[in-house]
Design a protein around this ligand. Structure first.
Ligand code: AGV
Ligand code: CA
Length: 311
């Protein structure tokens, strides 16, 4: 059987990196390329982390593209710097050096090239803002025919957002808030898009019971690595928005566990002005989009335990 082709765009968060690892471990897909958006990360260390994960799984041949577009609403610097810590973890620090990020192709160009070259339509998994993809489509609209489906972690439809900052009323999710303009353009395109918003990711926190169970299987090298990465996300600030969820991990798992998600079709638009820039609003005059609203939690967590046992 032909493998499903997948292209990934991520933005260097811890769960983005874990999502890269998860995709690399899926037997039925072929990851044809990875592009990095400098949103919830600084570009250079995030590219290095990405390359280290490719090395760890023997897949250094997978091309990486560098995103250079910056959204209007920057992520906090403390979050953006996390790949710096990842790169010095004992399991990763001594791998052979990563390529110079400035020698890598631009994300938009790599997306266009890989979609044209693909032998069949491709699933695109996005775990950060959607800017690179929209810019690629604007540059070369013919790539649309090579897009099988877009799976995007983003949005907050019937629940509050997770952005807490000045000039904002708390309605937006960060990946949409970073670049609301391109998010609205993506919806306008009405492509086969499934959004995995906070409505469903709120059901799957990264809790201590999960981390404890993962640690119990740390004789598997990738379980050990995953447990160490997740440990970096446990902030000790006791406030709602510092809970870390399986945001990108859940969106990525959709590729393998589609049958265990509940998906709803509705119409929505993205607001682009303060105080609710980045809000994904359900509205009759909006665009057709599918959103995941529920998942079989037991199957999802069990899937993670089994995938990270690969060696
Ligand atoms: O809004 C969720 C998105 C996901 O793509 N990111 C984190 C995930 O990679 C932004 C974000 C929200 N809260 C965060 C985030 C937090 N406490 N730390 C880091 N990033
Ligand atoms: Ca992300």
């Amino acid at each position: 059987m032909m493998k499903e082709l997948v292209l990934m765009d991520h933005d260097g968060g811890i769960d983005d990196l874990l999502s890269v690892l998860l995709l690399l471990l899926m037997p039925k897909i072929e990851l044809i390329g990875i592009t990095v958006t400098p949103a919830d990360c600084y570009l250079e260390p995030a590219i290095e982390s990405t390359y280290k994960l490719l090395q760890k799984t023997g897949k250094e041949h997978i091309p990486i593209g560098r995103g250079v577009f910056h959204g209007v609403n920057a992520f906090p610097s403390e979050w953006r710097a996390r790949p710096e810590i990842v790169n010095v973890l004992p399991m990763l620090i001594n791998l052979p050096p990563a390529p110079n990020p400035y020698d890598l192709p631009l994300a938009v160009d790599l997306m266009i090239e890989l979609l044209h070259k693909a032998s069949q339509p491709v699933k695109i998994v996005m775990t950060g803002p959607c800017s690179n993809l929209v810019l690629a489509i604007e540059k070369d609209p013919t790539i649309i025919s090579k897009i099988k489906e877009i799976i995007w972690m983003g949005g907050a439809f019937r629940t509050s957002g997770n952005v807490q900052t000045y000039q904002h009323n708390g309605t937006a999710e960060w990946n949409v808030y970073w670049d609301p303009f391109h998010a609205q353009k993506l919806l306008e395109l009405e492509l086969p898009l499934v959004m995995v918003p906070l409505d469903v990711t709120n059901h799957v926190p990264v809790d201590k019971a999960f981390l404890s169970k993962l640690a119990q299987q740390s004789k598997y090298e990738l379980s050990n690595l995953a447990a160490q990465l997740w440990a970096l996300t446990i902030d000790n600030i006791p406030s709602y928005h510092y809970i870390y969820y399986m945001w990108d991990i859940l969106a990525t798992s959709y590729v393998a566990l589609e049958a265990f998600f509940t998906v709803e079709e509705l119409r929505a638009k993205v607001l682009v002005q303060p105080p609710n820039a980045g809000q994904t609003l359900i509205h009759d005059s909006g665009h057709r989009v599918r959103i995941a609203t529920d998942v079989n939690k037991a199957v999802f967590y069990e899937y993670l335990f089994s995938q990270f046992k690969a060696d």
